[in-house]
Design a binder for this molecule. Structure first.
Ligand code: FES
Length: 106
């Protein structure tokens, strides 16, 4: 599946992913500054915060309680389309997913 990251300056990158990778792993593999992922994907840091494109938000699996709780502590404002990218597992049906990177993670 191919997904896109939109950077805070409006530029976007379309990148290839492998099935089963998390969106956080894809972003860090490409060295995108917008994702810190301090806890390494364990749903403990909230520095992998992303805004999911409106067209996609309903198509992602529901978030778990720990993700919901962590999103209350993000550096950039939590919005209705906020998610933790380490908890977004890429599957074939997410081909075309668009994630916006927040201004800051800390
Ligand atoms: Fe830490 Fe996602 S990488 S919560």
């Amino acid at each position: 599946p191919t997904i896109s990251f939109v950077h805070p300056d409006g530029k976007s990158d379309r990148v290839e992913t492998s099935d089963g990778e998390s969106a956080m792993q894809v972003a860090t593999r490409h060295g995108f500054d917008g994702i810190l992922a301090e806890c390494g994907g364990n749903a403990m840091c909230a520095t992998c915060h992303v805004y999911v494109d409106e067209n996609w938000i309903a198509r992602l699996p529901a978030m778990a309680e720990d993700e919901d709780a962590l999103l209350d502590g993000t550096a950039a404002a939590r919005l209705p389309n906020s998610r933790l990218s380490c908890q977004i597992r890429i599957t074939p049906d997410l081909d075309g997913l668009v994630l916006k990177l927040p201004e800051r993670q800390v």
